[in-house]
Design a binder for this molecule. Structure first.
Ligand code: NDP
Length: 501
């Protein structure tokens, strides 16, 4: 075994370097210098120095650079997806789809930042008719981005692309499991923006992320577990540093009686199992109404049973990226069975590290850990429900509230609205994530704040209100000099404007 390399694929620190390894083979993928607190502070200081230059490029200047970045990534797609495959175990087809989504988001953010964030005049009020009102969206300055390993391109770029387009500089801490992918993003950006360190990376374990949170950045955009998200928020509270938290989920899919069952089964299998189920917005629970439950389940089992599992680039399901996650999946399968559930595909024997084969669980009580907690593996629980009302009630009982899906016709839109989550797809899964104009984020234990779309751009800008008096005040209000006449006129205006129902 190479010194410092774990055969399990867990990264280790060796001689001050983070050693990234393949989860399938334990082979070394790269070495990256670990940033301690002083190195993180230095990166943030450099980012602050670069911030004025990047802001002053304006929307048009930044758009040009961001367009060049997305074109460069596109031209080097094979290199990027190769790194993603080696470092995270992700099949090339999934790595390509993920990168395509990220590139589209960079384009959208760059293209629309001016329209969404430019200074604009807004309506005033007759009560203060001598004023014009303006809103500006000013960049925060330096954004700290802490990223996960499961989507090492799409997820951080959802913050990085929008933060940069809004005029901020960025210091990025990638997951210790995917430093090489993060390095690729930073290196390609530096090729198109060589002048200043507008987008930097700091490598390391959790304490490097913790150092970034307390480094004096102007905002933190975090993606990861709810548990770590709470720690990040608590640490950020010390300095009132605002946070955007993109945490886990236990997303539900509802199959109504008028659903296209083939499409629903295909979507449940793909939405639940692709990327080895390591998807924050992946489907983990399915509620199918009684009338279609049996037919739907049979289709899911048939489709999931055909998936290929392996380390080769063309496999449907690759290895689990984070070895410790395999224990979580194993525990949830065991809990489902111990609580009275049944595995109609897979089961305990499906866990063959570093792989987990598709597992479909039925009759699992709602109180089971397998239904309540994020599994993050290629498993699905499928439950029979009386009707859509029961499906909605069970879906909404989760403490998470990230996303979900509805399959059906007549009631689909109304059902989607009733789900307590930030995002819902109808007759598809995960489709909202690839539509750049839609906001992305959750409620409850899934976090708060939004990336993507106009809301995602505004997330990385401070709204600034400017009220400008353009003529003397006819009625004196904002002064000690007001007299009885001014109060009388204020009362009169109030009656005229607001006195009637
Ligand atoms: P974590 O939440 O521990 O890690 C997410 C990121 O935060 C990583 O970059 C991590 O660095 C960093 N980090 C860790 N500790 C701190 C800290 N105290 N302060 C600041 N940053 C920190 O997730 P894991 O990777 O350990 O995954 C655990 C679980 O989280 C998974 O099982 C899954 O359920 C969920 N998850 C959800 C994701 C989502 O997309 N919503 C993505 C990833 C995980 P490092 O990697 O070096 O520890």
């Amino acid at each position: 075994m190479t010194p410092g390399v774990s055969v399990s694929g867990s990264p280790v620190v060796d001689g001050g370097h983070l050693v990234s390894t393949s989860p399938a083979t334990g082979e070394e993928v790269g070495r990256f210098p670990v940033a301690d607190a002083a190195a993180v502070a230095a990166a943030v200081a450099r980012a602050r120095d670069a911030a004025d230059w990047w802001r002053d490029l304006g929307f048009d200047g930044r758009r040009k650079r961001l367009y060049a970045w997305r074109a460069l990534i596109t031209s080097r797609l094979d290199e990027l997806t190769g790194i993603m495959h080696r470092e995270g175990g992700k099949p090339i087809v999934d790595a390509t789809a993920e990168s395509a989504g990220a590139i589209d988001h960079i384009h959208w953010a760059a293209k629309h930042a001016k329209r969404v964030l430019r200074s604009r005049r807004v309506g005033g009020t007759l009560m203060q008719s001598e004023y014009t009102a303006h809103v500006e969206y000013q960049p925060y300055g330096v954004i700290g981005v802490i990223g996960p390993w499961n989507y090492p391109v799409f997820t951080p770029v959802g913050s990085i692309g929008y933060a940069l387009a809004a005029g901020n500089t960025v210091v990025f801490k990638p997951s210790e499991y995917t430093p090489a992918v993060g390095q690729f993003l930073v290196d390609t950006f530096a090729e198109v923006v060589p002048e200043h360190p507008v987008f930097q990376i700091v490598h390391g374990l959790g304490d490097t992320g913790a150092a970034l949170v307390t480094s004096g950045v102007d905002k933190i955009a975090f993606t990861g577990s709810t548990r770590t998200g709470k720690k990040v928020m608590a640490a950020a509270a010390e300095t009132l540093t605002p946070v955007l938290l993109e945490c886990g989920g236990k997303d539900a899919m509802i199959v109504d009686s008028d659903a296209d069952l083939d499409a629903a089964a295909e979507a449940a299998v793909w939405g639940g199992l692709f990327n080895a189920g390591q998807t924050c917005i992946g489907i983990e629970r399915v509620y199918a109404v009684d009338a279609v439950y049996d037919a739907f389940l049979a289709k899911v089992v048939a489709k999931a049973g055909k998936l290929t599992v392996g380390a080769e680039p063309g496999a449907d399901i690759g290895p689990m990226t984070m070895p410790s996650q395999i224990d979580v999946v194993r525990r949830h399968i065991a809990a489902a069975l111990a609580d009275g559930g049944e595995a109609v595909l897979g089961g305990p024997e499906a866990v063959r590290p570093p792989f987990v084969h598709p597992t479909i669980l039925v009759n699992v009580p709602e109180t089971s850990e397998a239904v309540r907690e994020e599994t993050f593996g290629p498993t699905l629980t499928i439950a029979r429900v009386r009707d859509v009302d029961e499906a909605v009630e069970r879906s909404n009982a989760a403490h998470y509230g990230l996303a979900g899906a509805v399959f059906g016709k007549a009631r689909a839109m109304a059902t989607a609205r009733r789900l307590r989550s930030g995002m819902t797809s109808i007759n598809s899964t995960l489709s909202f994530a690839g539509i750049p104009s839609l906001p992305f984020g959750g409620v409850g234990d899934s976090g708060f704040g939004r990336i993507h779309g106009a809301d995602g751009l505004r997330e990385f800008a401070r709204p600034k209100a400017i009220a400008k008096r353009w003529m003397p005040s006819l009625v004196k209000v904002l002064t000690f000099e007001k007299g009885p006449r001014d109060t009388k006129l204020t009362r009169l205006a109030l009656r005229i404007l607001h006195g009637r129902r």
